[in-house]
Design a protein around this ligand. Sequence first.
Ligand code: 13P
Length: 252
Amino acid sequence: MRKNIVAGNWKMNNTLQEGLELAEELNGALEGKEINCDVVICTPYIHLAPVCATIDTDLIGVGAENCADHLSGAYTGEISAPMIASTGAQYVILGHSERRAYYGETNATLKTKTELALANDLTPIFCVGEVLEERENGTFFDVVKTQLEEALFGFSAEDFAKIVIAYEPVWAIGTGKTASPAQAQEIHAFIRKTIADKYGKEIADGISILYGGSCNASNAKELFANADVDGGLIGGAALKVETFMPIIEAFN
Ligand code: 13P
């Protein structure tokens, strides 16, 4: 069956030294503990190689927060999927709403990035989610469906089965507002049904669908208790071990 996953998204936080310290501290906190989910940290590019070399990568998966939409060449400042894989990282967040909103990423670009990630054995953590207006006017189901269809539904079932989905309502990211457990379950079930309609129930049942948006120690247990919520993509609360660990332990 599908995996439960708690993934941290550090965003643009932590110097190299601070990031290494945080990763080491998390590694120490997880050692010898009973953990009932996969733990992943997605870090800025510069942290990937040293973090992979420092921590036990069987205990903590490591991921990037983005990758280029080209394989190699004259794209100054970009980092490719093979470069990310060469650090030892196994995951890459794609389509985060901050990338969509501030860097103009479209579903078409994200399709290419996902293709490159999969071709380089990286597991995409693919983000979907609506803005507040779309939640309030009820179009959020269509918005999320279109994001899935345009970016991901061109893949074969075999490839699609390798993707992790993160539902992140934009109005809940960094705002302290969380989707209620019922709201999360409703849209996660919709996402799974949309996947089942395209790829069949077996594939849909195997896909991990994470919730992201102001997830913290006090709401994680209730959110993760829902049948279709398979963990979380955590921003602010992933920046300290004392706030990240209780979210991981919400599965205990
Ligand atoms: P916060 O947990 O800080 O709301 O961020 C969520 C997020 O964007 C994770 O990708």
